[in-house]
Ligand binder design. Structure first.
Ligand code: UD1
Length: 423
């Protein structure tokens, strides 16, 4: 398994270009199941989760090409209505094929995604929504069989604004005749990008003045071309890495307003930022880093996916910063690894208290999830000495060309595989 070796203590400098959003690309790829026509998607990041999604589309019967970040998807015969566990267990987002399959064939047979490292992550909101749209959901031998004689429009209030459930129900409702209303939906920019794509495919989705999604079902969807929105989590990750290494970095080709809370928290921490419509420059800053309390929340609140990198920054603050993780129940697995690097962190249930230290020290650490893995890379970039990060496969799920991008900013980071490489 690949590892990263990082020689820390180098300030990042230069410009980094942000890739297309993983969390928008995945549901948009899934949405191509709503038509047999050809769909062309640009700026699709070359990531493990994307490659898994392409395998899923191929398994279901689509013909897929992927070159230079452009994907084409088109019909290649009739579609299957089931997925094997092998594909679902690699990525929870696989479950989202249920919405389009149910809409088109009134049937989907999908393994229930299990728990994952960052929490239980049930799919009850998805299933309750499908039931309100007229489907029955039966769990048998680990699979959920979702079927309907007839689907009907409904007014659905989500008990929590789940990103995945919003997208799954939206995709399903596009082909149900009549008006479906979704309330208390996720407002993440990735959801907006999915809506943009669905409307390009012929869907009729609008947001009303109360923020509800109003979907007028159409008979048929058609092919469309779309460029995926910039990845706001990759954007935030590079901004935080620049700040923590006390570097001077321009994060380009992004949408700064999607990270508004992060930028405001960073200014409170002491950093100077220049923001344009498409870029953020983090200025070199040698002063003390102020402790700033954050609480993760659905968009536009502080993104749970940036909580771990934020924690790495706060390990270097001049006081004690509190972090409340209110989205996932077990998302502090990076904390004990950061402690091995000299950080002072005390966690209790959903709260972490981080007391800043002068320097982090290099250590041998393990990534246990995607964003926690990036937090360790960030810590390695700050620490004096050589840090080894194991289980890079977690990080490969969500950061395109990470070591190349960091190297271009002056970091010393290299990938090696102890089972294959001479060392
Ligand atoms: C998506 C993102 C993930 C991000 C998360 C929250 C993708 C591929 N992943 O995940 O990076 O961290 O949004 O911003 O886009 N929940 C239920 N029942 C459900 C569905 C969700 O209880 O049916 C709970 C989850 O356990 C979790 C919370 O709701 O505690 C948020 O989950 P959700 O918004 O659904 O996250 P995902 O769509 O899985």
């Amino acid at each position: 398994m690949d590892r990263f070796l990082i020689t820390g203590g180098k300030k990042l400098r230069g410009t980094v270009h942000i890739s297309g959003s993983k969390n928008a690309a995945l549901p948009i790829l899934v949405a191509t199941l709503l038509t047999d026509d050809k769909c062309t998607l640009h700026r699709v990041p070359n990531l493990r989760d994307v490659r898994t999604t392409l395998k899923i589309l191929e398994y279901l019967g689509k013909k897929v090409t992927y070159q230079n970040n452009t994907v084409t998807v088109e019909a290649n015969g009739p579609l299957k209505k089931d997925l094997p566990y092998e594909l679902v267990k690699q990525m929870r987002a696989s479950f989202w094929v249920a919405g389009p399959l149910l809409a088109r064939f009134h049937e989907a047979d999908i393994p229930l995604p299990g728990g994952c490292a960052i929490g239980v992550r049930p799919v009850d909101i998805h299933l309750k929504g499908f039931e309100q749209l007229g489907a029955t959901c039966q769990v048998e031998s680990g699979n959920v069989l979702i079927s309907a004689r007839e689907l009907k429009p409904a007014q659905i209030v989500l008990r929590f604004p789940s990103v995945g459930a919003t997208q799954n129900l939206l995709m399903c409702a596009c082909l149900i005749p009549g008006e479906t209303i979704l309330e208390n939906t996720a407002k993440e920019p990735e959801v907006d990008d999915v809506i943009l794509f669905l409307n390009k495919m012929g869907a009729q989705i609008k947001t009303d003045e109360k923020g509800r999604l109003i979907i007028h079902g159409v008979q048929k969807m058609h092919g469309a071309e779309h460029t995926v929105v910039a990845d706001r989590i990759e954007t935030g990750s590079f901004i935080l890495a620049a700040a923590a290494t006390r570097g001077d970095v321009t994060v380009a080709d992004c949408v700064p307003e999607h990270n508004a809370i992060l930028l405001s928290d960073l200014r409170e921490a002491g950093f100077t930022l220049d923001v344009t419509d498409t870029a953020v420059r983090v200025h070199a800053y040698e002063g003390e880093i102020n402790p700033v309390r954050i609480r993760t929340a659905p968009y536009p609140g502080f993104a749970t996916d940036l909580q771990a990198p934020w924690m790495t920054l706060m390990t270097l603050c001049n006081g004690t910063a509190e972090i409340d993780e209110d989205i996932f129940e077990n998302r502090f697995m990076h904390a004990p690894e950061l402690v091995r690097m000299g950080a002072r962190i005390y966690t209790e249930k959903s709260v972490a208290r981080v007391t800043g230290v002068k320097n982090l020290s290099a250590a041998h650490v393990q990534a246990s999830d995607l964003r926690g893995g990036f937090a360790l890379v960030m810590a390695g970039l700050c620490a004096e000495g050589e840090t080894e990060v194991e289980r890079v496969y977690h990080i490969d799920r969500g950061y395109e060309n990470l070591e190349q991008k960091l190297t271009a900013l002056g970091a010393q980071i290299r990938r090696y595989n102890p089972d294959k490489d001479e060392f």
